[in-house]
Design a protein around this ligand. Structure first.
Ligand SMILES: [Zn+2]
Length: 198
Protein backbone atom coordinates (compact mmCIF):
# COMPACT_ATOMS: atom_id res chain seq x y z
CA UNK A 1 0.00 0.00 0.00
CA UNK A 2 1.23 3.48 -0.83
CA UNK A 3 1.54 5.57 2.32
CA UNK A 4 0.28 8.72 0.62
CA UNK A 5 -2.86 7.15 -0.73
CA UNK A 6 -6.13 8.84 0.10
CA UNK A 7 -7.41 5.62 1.52
CA UNK A 8 -4.56 5.38 4.01
CA UNK A 9 -4.97 9.01 5.11
CA UNK A 10 -8.62 8.40 5.72
CA UNK A 11 -7.97 5.38 7.88
CA UNK A 12 -5.26 7.14 9.82
CA UNK A 13 -7.42 10.17 10.62
CA UNK A 14 -10.24 7.96 11.67
CA UNK A 15 -8.25 5.75 14.00
CA UNK A 16 -5.49 8.13 15.23
CA UNK A 17 -5.75 10.49 18.18
CA UNK A 18 -8.22 13.29 17.64
CA UNK A 19 -6.02 16.36 17.70
CA UNK A 20 -8.90 18.79 17.64
CA UNK A 21 -9.97 17.99 21.19
CA UNK A 22 -8.99 20.92 23.48
CA UNK A 23 -6.27 20.21 26.05
CA UNK A 24 -7.56 19.16 29.45
CA UNK A 25 -7.77 22.17 31.81
CA UNK A 26 -5.12 22.33 34.53
CA UNK A 27 -6.67 20.92 37.66
CA UNK A 28 -6.30 22.21 41.21
CA UNK A 29 -3.34 20.44 42.85
CA UNK A 30 -4.99 20.37 46.27
CA UNK A 31 -5.33 16.73 47.32
CA UNK A 32 -8.86 15.53 46.65
CA UNK A 33 -9.93 18.66 44.78
CA UNK A 34 -11.35 18.23 41.28
CA UNK A 35 -11.94 21.86 40.37
CA UNK A 36 -10.10 23.54 37.51
CA UNK A 37 -7.10 25.60 38.56
CA UNK A 38 -7.54 29.34 38.21
CA UNK A 39 -4.61 30.58 40.29
CA UNK A 40 -0.88 30.19 40.50
CA UNK A 41 0.79 30.21 43.93
CA UNK A 42 4.57 30.54 44.33
CA UNK A 43 6.26 27.35 45.55
CA UNK A 44 8.56 29.33 47.80
CA UNK A 45 12.17 30.08 48.58
CA UNK A 46 14.61 28.07 46.49
CA UNK A 47 11.88 27.44 43.92
CA UNK A 48 11.43 30.99 42.68
CA UNK A 49 9.58 31.13 39.39
CA UNK A 50 7.78 27.84 40.09
CA UNK A 51 4.10 27.69 40.95
CA UNK A 52 1.36 25.47 42.28
CA UNK A 53 -1.96 25.50 40.47
CA UNK A 54 -4.97 25.90 42.73
CA UNK A 55 -8.66 26.72 42.50
CA UNK A 56 -9.94 29.90 44.13
CA UNK A 57 -10.76 28.23 47.43
CA UNK A 58 -7.47 26.39 47.73
CA UNK A 59 -5.21 29.24 46.69
CA UNK A 60 -6.64 31.05 49.71
CA UNK A 61 -5.94 28.05 51.95
CA UNK A 62 -2.43 27.87 50.58
CA UNK A 63 -1.75 31.56 51.05
CA UNK A 64 -2.77 31.29 54.70
CA UNK A 65 -0.10 28.67 55.39
CA UNK A 66 2.49 29.86 52.90
CA UNK A 67 5.84 30.15 54.61
CA UNK A 68 8.59 31.85 52.67
CA UNK A 69 11.05 31.02 55.43
CA UNK A 70 10.56 27.26 55.25
CA UNK A 71 13.95 25.58 55.18
CA UNK A 72 15.73 28.75 56.27
CA UNK A 73 18.02 28.45 59.25
CA UNK A 74 16.33 29.47 62.49
CA UNK A 75 18.84 32.16 63.36
CA UNK A 76 18.46 33.74 59.93
CA UNK A 77 14.68 33.76 60.30
CA UNK A 78 14.94 35.25 63.77
CA UNK A 79 17.33 37.88 62.45
CA UNK A 80 15.07 38.74 59.57
CA UNK A 81 12.00 38.95 61.77
CA UNK A 82 13.79 41.06 64.33
CA UNK A 83 14.85 43.41 61.54
CA UNK A 84 11.34 43.42 60.15
CA UNK A 85 9.90 44.47 63.52
CA UNK A 86 12.10 47.52 63.51
CA UNK A 87 11.59 48.19 59.83
CA UNK A 88 15.14 47.02 59.04
CA UNK A 89 16.60 50.05 60.70
CA UNK A 90 19.07 50.45 63.50
CA UNK A 91 17.58 50.28 66.97
CA UNK A 92 19.56 52.72 69.00
CA UNK A 93 18.50 54.91 71.80
CA UNK A 94 18.40 58.44 70.58
CA UNK A 95 19.39 61.62 72.25
CA UNK A 96 17.05 64.49 71.61
CA UNK A 97 18.05 67.52 69.60
CA UNK A 98 21.39 66.23 68.44
CA UNK A 99 19.58 63.48 66.58
CA UNK A 100 16.90 65.48 64.90
CA UNK A 101 17.86 64.38 61.42
CA UNK A 102 18.22 60.69 62.20
CA UNK A 103 14.70 60.10 60.92
CA UNK A 104 15.82 60.97 57.44
CA UNK A 105 18.59 58.41 57.67
CA UNK A 106 16.18 55.84 59.06
CA UNK A 107 13.78 56.38 56.20
CA UNK A 108 16.57 55.83 53.75
CA UNK A 109 17.68 52.64 55.44
CA UNK A 110 14.14 51.30 55.62
CA UNK A 111 13.54 51.82 51.92
CA UNK A 112 16.53 50.01 50.55
CA UNK A 113 17.82 47.73 53.27
CA UNK A 114 17.61 44.04 52.39
CA UNK A 115 20.16 42.41 54.72
CA UNK A 116 19.50 38.84 53.61
CA UNK A 117 19.47 39.69 49.91
CA UNK A 118 16.11 38.04 49.54
CA UNK A 119 14.65 40.55 47.16
CA UNK A 120 17.68 41.69 45.23
CA UNK A 121 19.68 39.76 42.62
CA UNK A 122 22.99 38.80 44.16
CA UNK A 123 25.18 40.51 41.55
CA UNK A 124 23.86 43.86 42.70
CA UNK A 125 25.00 43.15 46.23
CA UNK A 126 28.68 42.95 45.39
CA UNK A 127 30.41 45.79 47.14
CA UNK A 128 32.68 47.72 44.78
CA UNK A 129 35.41 48.28 47.36
CA UNK A 130 35.58 44.71 48.66
CA UNK A 131 34.69 42.90 45.43
CA UNK A 132 32.25 40.66 47.29
CA UNK A 133 28.87 40.85 48.99
CA UNK A 134 28.97 42.48 52.40
CA UNK A 135 28.86 40.13 55.36
CA UNK A 136 26.13 40.32 57.96
CA UNK A 137 28.35 41.97 60.55
CA UNK A 138 29.43 44.60 58.01
CA UNK A 139 25.84 45.40 57.06
CA UNK A 140 24.96 45.55 60.74
CA UNK A 141 27.84 47.94 61.30
CA UNK A 142 26.62 50.19 58.48
CA UNK A 143 23.12 50.07 59.96
CA UNK A 144 24.52 51.14 63.30
CA UNK A 145 25.95 54.19 61.55
CA UNK A 146 22.47 54.85 60.13
CA UNK A 147 23.52 53.67 56.66
CA UNK A 148 22.57 50.75 54.45
CA UNK A 149 24.73 48.38 52.43
CA UNK A 150 24.79 50.68 49.41
CA UNK A 151 26.86 53.21 51.38
CA UNK A 152 30.36 53.94 50.12
CA UNK A 153 33.50 53.78 52.21
CA UNK A 154 33.72 57.59 52.09
CA UNK A 155 30.14 57.96 53.25
CA UNK A 156 30.77 55.60 56.19
CA UNK A 157 33.87 57.58 57.19
CA UNK A 158 32.14 60.95 57.08
CA UNK A 159 29.07 59.58 58.84
CA UNK A 160 31.26 58.13 61.58
CA UNK A 161 33.00 61.47 62.16
CA UNK A 162 29.66 63.27 62.21
CA UNK A 163 28.14 60.87 64.74
CA UNK A 164 31.16 60.92 67.05
CA UNK A 165 31.01 64.71 67.05
CA UNK A 166 27.31 64.71 67.88
CA UNK A 167 27.36 61.96 70.45
CA UNK A 168 30.47 63.02 72.31
CA UNK A 169 29.85 64.34 75.84
CA UNK A 170 31.75 67.51 74.89
CA UNK A 171 29.02 68.31 72.39
CA UNK A 172 26.26 67.60 74.91
CA UNK A 173 27.17 69.81 77.84
CA UNK A 174 29.08 66.95 79.42
CA UNK A 175 26.06 64.64 79.37
CA UNK A 176 26.93 60.96 79.01
CA UNK A 177 23.43 60.09 77.90
CA UNK A 178 24.67 58.95 74.49
CA UNK A 179 27.61 56.93 75.74
CA UNK A 180 26.21 53.53 74.78
CA UNK A 181 25.30 54.72 71.32
CA UNK A 182 28.71 56.29 70.90
CA UNK A 183 30.34 53.01 71.88
CA UNK A 184 28.20 51.15 69.36
CA UNK A 185 29.17 53.63 66.64
CA UNK A 186 32.86 53.28 67.44
CA UNK A 187 32.58 49.50 67.50
CA UNK A 188 30.76 49.56 64.14
CA UNK A 189 33.48 51.66 62.59
CA UNK A 190 36.16 49.33 63.98
CA UNK A 191 34.34 46.44 62.33
CA UNK A 192 34.32 48.22 58.98
CA UNK A 193 37.99 49.09 59.26
CA UNK A 194 38.97 45.55 60.22
CA UNK A 195 37.17 44.14 57.18
CA UNK A 196 38.84 46.60 54.80
CA UNK A 197 35.63 48.47 54.02
CA UNK A 198 36.95 51.70 55.50
ZN1 LIG B 1 -9.04 23.22 44.80
Amino acid sequence: MKLDSKYFDKIRIKTGPNKKEPPAPTMCEWPGCAKPSRHKAPKGRGAEGQFHNYCTQHVQEYNKTYNYFEGMKDDAVAGFQKDAQTGHRPTWKLGQNSYANINGMRRKARNVNDPYAMFTPSAENVNAKLGRALRKNEIKALNTLGLDETATSEKAKSQYKLLVKRLHPDANAGSRENEDTLKAVIHAYDTLRASGFC
